[in-house]
Design a protein around this ligand. Sequence first.
Ligand SMILES: Nc1ncnc2c1ncn2[C@@H]1O[C@H](COP(=O)(O)OP(=O)(O)OP(=O)(O)O)[C@@H](O)[C@H]1O
Ligand SMILES: [Mg+2]
Length: 373
Amino acid sequence: MQIETSPFVFDGPAPPDDVVGRSTEIAALTDRAMHGRFVLLYAPRRYGKTSLIHRIRRDASATNELAVLLVDFLGVQTIDDMANRIGQSFRSMPDSRFASALRRRAGRHPELSAQLGVGPASLRVRKPERDAPHLLEDLLRLPYAVAEDIERRCLVVMDEFQAVADVPNAEALIRATIQHQRDRLSYLFAGSEQSVLTTIFGSQAAPLYGQAEQFRLGRLKNDDIADLVESKFESTGRTIGTALPYLLDTARGHPQRAAFLAHHLWEETDPGGSAGDDTWTRAFEAAMRRSKHEFIAVEAGLEPGQRKMARLLAWGEPPYGASAGRLGLPKGTATKAIAALERRSLAWRPYEEDLELVDPLFAAWIRERDPRP
Ligand SMILES: Nc1ncnc2c1ncn2[C@@H]1O[C@H](COP(=O)(O)OP(=O)(O)OP(=O)(O)O)[C@@H](O)[C@H]1O
Ligand SMILES: [Mg+2]
């Protein structure tokens, strides 16, 4: 067992200094943020959206040009939930002129300070007198007022924005409030379910139709992954030897999977040692053992047609060819299965590539168990 802690973070956003690649995206998103643009950032789960946002926030706070407010809408069900999440984001904003001005302004309004958890405790338990939509509007207006107070632009990030699609009237309410704020605020909507986000921003009947320029994160480059892995191994007195090509080949540019495999590789490498072929074999087995329950749970949520499609994709077989026939997967079922896998962000089409499973380890797990159809 390793006594030291592995230097690889693979759970939740990466520390800003560990973010590799993505320099074009960072520059473009920061530029849009400085110009009052609305932007949609899409990528499959664990592809580094939140890491990128944290990095932009850190860089912006260093130059003092832009305040960044980060709201997480994961799993919201009601307008009230959304108001709560915005309150949470105000509370967790790192100290800055913007954050103190925000708290100062909220302090003048008992309901808002209750939402923020500041002010007398008695206010916190008091039921809000105004209804949730009005409270949400007030909360959405607050950063605008603060940006005016301190004459600084603010980027409001709404992460996991796909959850908002399930909240009745939320999109219309957001649109009505934010559309006149561009002179002080910019908005970045981030999420992982492309089809849902495309409906929110791309279907003519939706309130936010056409509001946001779209960005998508692709795979990390192998060079960038290699730089990260090499430097972390080196700074902890180890070397990444012949194991590196296996790691790159297995991760296929998936950021979290690369970090997850690197973590296991590091755990299997003795202090002062080098990671070779055997180290890789042990690390890969450990990573698969650790992920097994996750994969079983994912698979349990799939219908038979979707499982067959996942198997085809895991083996890199075409979705409609002879292999699909051998599995007994008719074309109509296959098409529906693809749509379902894409909607759940289990499958995607990376830039200029064919449809494939997002998670290369899930694919490896299927290949280990089920032979090529
Ligand atoms: N640019 C990057 N450089 C280095 N590691 C990265 C990068 N992007 C992501 N990672 C790795 O991927 C992991 C997951 O990243 P993050 O939580 O930002 O993804 P996400 O897209 O926000 O995921 P989710 O959809 O689950 O919210 C991080 O812990 C880190 O190990
Ligand atoms: Mg995230």
